[in-house]
Design a protein around this ligand. Structure first.
Ligand code: SAH
Ligand code: SF4
Ligand code: F3S
Length: 474
């Protein structure tokens, strides 16, 4: 048993990160363990978790399990968790109630918890004492060791907790079962060293560590060979890519090399404003296959709050960067993240945030009420706002965000844009996909267009999506 430890998770040493190519192996005995058995996996959280689940699925299939989308039919149920806000916690514990019920009828079902909540000391202590029926807990640093952890559990048949609070290494050659045939997630770095005062990620994901450029580029090249149209380069803070490598190679170099693979579309998340430099903007502007779409979290428009958050930029610097990107990258869409009701946020501070929204007129935004995370500095800061005040601020902010989202979408009306049609739409007889500015479009089109980038004329716009029809004139 290995339990998470918050103090250890905070440590950052100068020790060189190891790139390990051969640590994933399925023990012979485990290769057929999943024969005639089904797995169900539920994923919470960010794209990083979604991609981790793609790895976990492939690992399960290496053990001969097959996927089911009905939890009731599963022999093994995995919950890949997120720890970013309290409601992510509540969701998991709600879901566990349903799993417990299934296990009461069939005690052989194996219940596994992994992901960021597994890295939290308080959560794992709770699981140990109050959820003794949960069979396996593993963390974000050792997902590739799942076959060994499962083997250990099956031999002992007692709760198996294997979580490491370490800085972490980079593991290559972990298999992946991608959810899409057209769009792929590609990790370029893991962890985060920014330690924004509200955020749990540096504790759950470890030290910032970049994959080697060649490993990333050869992954993208093989995706091109397999017919993929789009890659999203993933990291908590992608602009800092390469800073931990012992070679002179930056995010700008990486973007350029990925663009040269010839893949149709490239995007990247998430960009911290602090590490965004002019060279990077120039490369984004230069290559047509780098999508004119940037997610640039603001978090707050008040300099006082930004300082308390440890974000290391002012609202003036943010706006300057925003304007520079808008000026140089033609037709760019910029989206953001904003937290309201951070401890100490006055009405004036909140109005400062609204001011920045009025200045930048974002294409869209994810907005959140501050949620204290155990162990982070902001959790100890004093917060005087009532729940009603917090909700009012979120509501007011969302109204403004929605107003600009609709305004931006209206600019597309009547225009013809390129859309990568990736799936069936929830609406009957339609396909859905995104523009290179990440606008969601529903198109009445034959399924032969799936997986293709097509010209679509926009016929109707709403706040969150648009409708269009294939434009055959182009
Ligand atoms: N690495 C990204 C953010 C990852 S978390 C960045 O630095 O921009 C995604 C978003 O969740 C953050 O941008 C932030 O807006 C929000 N978030 C993180 N911690 C939070 C907390 N404790 N309470 C509320 N929102 C939070
Ligand atoms: Fe969290 Fe800040 Fe790191 Fe983003 S940059 S993951 S908000 S600590
Ligand atoms: Fe959540 Fe972990 Fe992502 S906390 S947002 S799943 S890095």
């Amino acid at each position: 048993m290995n339990l998470p430890n918050l103090k250890e998770a905070k440590i950052r040493t100068k020790e060189q990160i190891k790139i390990i190519h051969d640590d994933y192996k399925v023990p012979t005995k485990m290769k057929t363990i999943g024969k005639n058995k089904k797995y169900f996996i539920k994923t919470y959280g960010c794209q990083m978790n979604v991609h981790d689940s793609e790895n976990i699925k492939a690992i399960l299939e290496d053990m001969n399990f097959t996927e089911t989308f009905e939890m009731e039919n599963a022999d093994i149920i995995l919950l890949n968790t997120c720890a970013i806000r309290e409601n992510a916690h509540n969701k998991l514990f709600g879901f566990l109630g349903r799993v417990k019920h299934l296990k009461e009828n069939n005690p052989d079902i194996i219940c596994v918890i992994c992901g960021c909540m597994s890295q939290e000391e308080s959560v794992v202590n709770d699981i140990k004492s109050k959820y003794k029926w949960v069979d396996i807990v593993f963390g974000t640093h050792n997902l590739h060791k799942f076959p060994n952890i499962l083997e250990e559990f099956l031999s002992k048949k007692s709760q198996e907790i294997e979580v490491f609070s370490i800085e972490g290494n980079v593991y290559e050659n972990i298999p992946v079962k991608r959810d899409s045939k057209y769009k792929a997630w590609v990790n370029i770095m893991y962890g985060c060293d920014k330690f924004c005062t509200y955020c749990i990620v540096p504790y759950t994901r470890g030290k910032q560590r970049s994959r080697r450029p060649l490993d990333i580029i050869s992954e993208v090249e093989s995706l091109v060979n397999d017919g993929y149209k789009e890659v999203t380069l993933l990291g908590q803070n992608v602009n800092a890519y390469g800073k931990d490598l012992k070679i002179e190679y930056t995010m700008t170099n990486l973007l350029e090399d990925v663009a040269k693979t010839g893949i149709d579309r490239i995007r990247f998340v998430t960009s911290h404003p602090w590490d965004f430099n002019d060279e990077m903007i120039d490369v984004i502007a230069k290559y047509p296959n780098i999508m004119p779409y940037i997610h640039l979290p603001l978090q707050s428009g008040s300099n006082k709050i930004l300082k308390l958050m440890g974000r290391r930029y002012t609202k003036e610097q943010y706006i300057e960067l925003f304007n520079k990107i808008k000026e140089k990258v033609k037709g760019v869409a910029i989206t953001t993240d904003i937290i309201v009701a951070f401890p100490g946020e006055t009405e004036q501070d909140f109005n400062d945030t609204l001011d920045v929204v009025n200045t930048c007129k974002f294409d869209s935004a994810f907005t959140f009420i501050f949620s204290p995370r155990v162990g982070t500095p902001a959790a100890k800061m004093k917060n005087n706002l009532t729940e009603k005040e917090k909700n009012n601020r979120l509501y007011k902010l969302n109204e403004l965000i929605n107003k600009y989202a609709l305004e931006k979408n209206k600019e597309y009306l009547g225009k013809t844009v390129k859309v990568l049609l990736e799936d069936f739409s929830e609406k009957d007889g339609k396909l859905m996909g995104y523009t290179d500015t990440m606008k969601l479009i529903n198109v009445k089109a034959d399924k032969k267009y799936l997986g293709k980038i097509v010209d679509v004329k926009i016929t109707d716009v709403k706040t969150w999506s648009m409708d269009g029809k294939i434009d055959k004139r182009v």
